[in-house]
Design a protein around this ligand. Structure first.
Ligand SMILES: Cc1cc2nc3c(=O)[nH]c(=O)nc-3n(C[C@H](O)[C@H](O)[C@H](O)COP(=O)(O)OP(=O)(O)OC[C@H]3O[C@@H](n4cnc5c(N)ncnc54)[C@H](O)[C@@H]3O)c2cc1C
Length: 403
């Protein structure tokens, strides 16, 4: 595929530049998207920016117009132009989160017309914030063993049980949640995927402290939570397929190469602006060597993702290439953060309020947070199992006998 801009793409690049020069003053700072901030405080600003991006097709580009999106066809060159120009202007492109990047594509694929019409528009405009209720204290990697129950009662389900590691539950408006509706069926067949508001009576959220010092995930308890049956996404008892659709999008989000490019450019800025014993860090051969190796990997990931998007657009199914994005992308992000911390020397071990902090302490915080993302959305070991078994066709790992 020819990756050079064609005349229409040159025109498009000018359009993006014109948008940015007119509106960039409205863009929220990076902190608005950071897990270290309380997003509620910044919601209004984020919503205005997100709405502008949706209206101009710079985010949720391919979401159909009838559900509030821009309704464009997939165009990986235009996607690249948008990302390049936003990075060059140092402006946040748009939100990528559990609602926008995971729930919206899932409901588009599996949801009823009613659910699509109700939730997609406000979600992509950031008027509804979502959290993901999958993991339970005894069900993480073996997610299908989950025990949260949903018992039929007239037109509703009554939900009881506990979720854990629920990112953002303390600020979310809605949850997409896996529950067991058919307890007598084999474990993969008894699950339903259901959505409900986080202020429904019977929900208790308890924040968990993380090593970043900021609670970003939670325990969530359900006691007799009543939810209409019509809130099930897909068919009742067929939630495993729906859950996997969300997981596929989650892995793409967590390993997103644009995010890695963003970190790389920030590392480059540190190399250019910081010095050691009077020598700019960019002239230090060891740091330069590490940077160039990571730069090559970021570029490889970007091209790889473009190839995957192009294959998916031609109707290709899930391939080996698709499966490696989460594993390699998350490890790459962690190594980029690590280089940032090393470049800062002793400043790199400061935390919180120090006046010496660079970039508000983002390097140190991201270094700790991104370690977690190698685990979240399926651990590196589980990704390797999936890649080897489903991607490379290697023998399945032996199942441990149930006692
Ligand atoms: C930052 C972060 C955010 C998260 N956000 C959410 C969220 O919003 N919603 C949500 O539902 N969950 C969330 N999670 C939970 C996450 O999905 C689980 O942590 C993950 O699936 C692993 O499950 P577990 O923690 O129970 O570990 P376990 O499954 O108990 O695994 C423990 C260890 O054993 C290894 N292991 C397990 N089985 C195998 C196997 N078959 N082969 C080889 N090794 C194996 C694992 O790789 C791991 O190292 C989040 C986690 C993190 C770290």
């Amino acid at each position: 595929m020819d990756l050079n801009d064609r005349p229409e793409h040159k025109v498009y690049r000018e359009e993006v530049r014109a948008f940015l020069s007119e509106y960039k003053h409205l863009a929220p700072g990076e902190s608005a998207f950071s897990f270290r901030m309380e997003p509620r405080k910044l919601r209004e600003k984020v919503q205005i920016w997100q709405g502008l991006l949706v209206d101009h097709g710079y985010t949720s580009r391919t979401v159909p117009k009838k559900y509030g999106g821009f309704g464009a066809d997939v165009d990986i060159l235009k996607n690249r132009i948008i990302a390049d120009e936003f990075f060059a202007t140092n402006v946040i492109q748009g939100l990528g989160n559990q609602g926008i990047s995971m729930f919206v594509p899932t409901v588009l694929e599996h949801g009823s017309e009613e659910l699509k019409e109700r939730y997609i528009r406000p979600t992509i405009r950031s008027e509804i914030v979502w959290c993901q209720g999958y993991s339970e204290p005894n069900s993480g990697s073996d997610l299908a063993s989950l025990q949260t129950s949903a018992i039929e009662d007239g037109e509703d389900f009554i939900i009881n049980g506990q979720k854990i590691w629920t990112s953002g539950a303390h600020i979310a408006d809605m949850i997409f949640c896996l529950v067991r509706t058919e307890p007598d069926k084999p474990k993969h067949e008894g699950i339903s995927y259901i959505v409900f508001p986080m202020d429904t009576p019977g929900i208790e959220v308890r924040p968990l402290q993380t090593m970043t010092g900021t609670p970003s995930f939670n325990e969530v308890f359900f006691t007799n939570v009543r939810v209409p049956k019509s809130n099930v996404v897909g068919n009742r008892g067929e939630g495993w397929a729906v859950a996997n659709s969300t997981l596929k999008h989650e892995r793409g989000l967590l390993g997103d190469a644009n995010r890695s490019l963003d970190s790389l450019l920030r590392v480059k800025r540190l190399l250019q602006n910081e010095s050691l014993d009077g020598q700019p860090l960019m002239e230090n051969p060891l740091f330069r060597d590490r940077f160039i190796k990571l730069q090559a990997r970021v570029q490889a990931m970007r091209l790889h993702e473009m190839r995957m998007t192009s294959e998916a657009d031609k109707g290709g199914g899930r391939s080996l290439g698709d499966m490696v994005i989460k594993l390699l992308g998350c490890e790459l992000n962690y190594q980029l953060d690590g280089l940032g911390v090393d470049l800062l020397g002793e400043i790199g071990i400061l935390y919180d309020e120090s006046p010496m902090l660079r970039d508000g302490g983002a390097w140190q915080a991201n270094f700790m947070f991104d370690l977690g993302l190698i685990i979240g959305g399926g651990t590196a070991q589980i990704q390797k199992n999936i890649i080897s078994e489903r991607g490379l066709g290697m023998p399945r790992e032996p199942k441990v006998a149930q006692v």
